[in-house]
Design a protein. Sequence first.
Length: 426
Amino acid sequence: MENTIISLKQKLDTLTVFRGLLEDPAVVSFMDLAFEIKDYLEDKSMEDDEDCFSAADPSEAVSAYCRFVSDIYSAGVSSAGRPAGDLSAYVRDLVMRDENFYVIGKAAGRKIGKQIEDSLERELAVLQEFSQLTSAKAKKALPDVPAGTDLPSWRTSSTDLVSEYREMIEKLPVTGYGMYARYRAFSVKDGQITPVKYPDPQRLDQLYRYERERALIIKNTEALVSGKGASNMLLYGDAGTGKSSTIKAVANEYAGQGLRLIEIKKEQLYEIPDILNELSSNPLKFILFIDDLSFSGNDDNFSALKAVLEGSVSAFGKNVAIYATSNRRHLVRETMSQREGDDIHVNDTLQELTSLAARFGLNITFSSPGKKDYLDIVRNLAEEYGIKMSEEELFLRAERFAIRANGRSPRVAKQFIELEKIGISY
């Protein structure tokens, strides 16, 4: 009689489009389980031969079965969105997150041959069968389990991998694939784009004042999201005025429409061309976010960014734009010695140093708020945080705090309110 687990292993061995799934820990454990069962059955069959020694031991198959169940359990507990102990949800998650050549080709708009499409259909059927394997059937496939052995179980749930996968393919321009479907914010580490699991949850409705500045940023971002292409953008101005928070909030706001944020540090600017190349065929839209940007006159990173910005928006493709913040209008720290230096063409040198900011298509200034705007921000934050205090007392304390903090800004206002929230007053 055909063994259910061995039969499933043989089918999984034929995966081509989803070949990478065979490296998943739970799938590896399942394949090991099938191997142990097959090995045991072969040893058991030799017992009829008196001249052969049988090493048949069902405990190895039982151990492999428990490792498989443990992998299903642990994945559900350790990964958000995966129901613990549900094999169907586990397999569905593997299929939808797999970055195989088919999904990458579809995302890039490449034509896929009929042979590959047929393989995809067949493999999804195999994975569907795997996802519906019940623990009861699996236990029956375990031969000669000692009586009284209490083995763990898993759940299965209703799923249709074929239709769900097709639906996911159709939504690629908005949902993305692989890690871009799972996360909305990323950073660059060792030359690789890596997800940020817990990004800043800043929302637009938590930002107050600077309506005109935000409107420009939103309009530019909407052009990016719509596929029209956007200008590279520089937000400069006083510290604590919400430049970085605004970019993060805008990225969060449009994540559901296919926008992703990739933060790049100044020392990684030379890697931007490679990043652009990697993102060029991705159907999603990306903000390359460079925070707190400034250079000294002899900084090699200055030349790297200048080279990147040399081209027009079209050089980036219509799915990527650079959003940078800086406390310096021209991005470069200038000294009097540079202005009075021994360079024969000193004006040309200064023009070179100060021209970088002009290469951004959109420059937006964030200035420190006056007293009225500062107190308006304080009032709104107090309402958001549930601070119960008379407006007169609130404003008095807020102004006192701003003096100690060396000036008014949205950041100072937020620090003040957060301290008031936990009962610390100045």
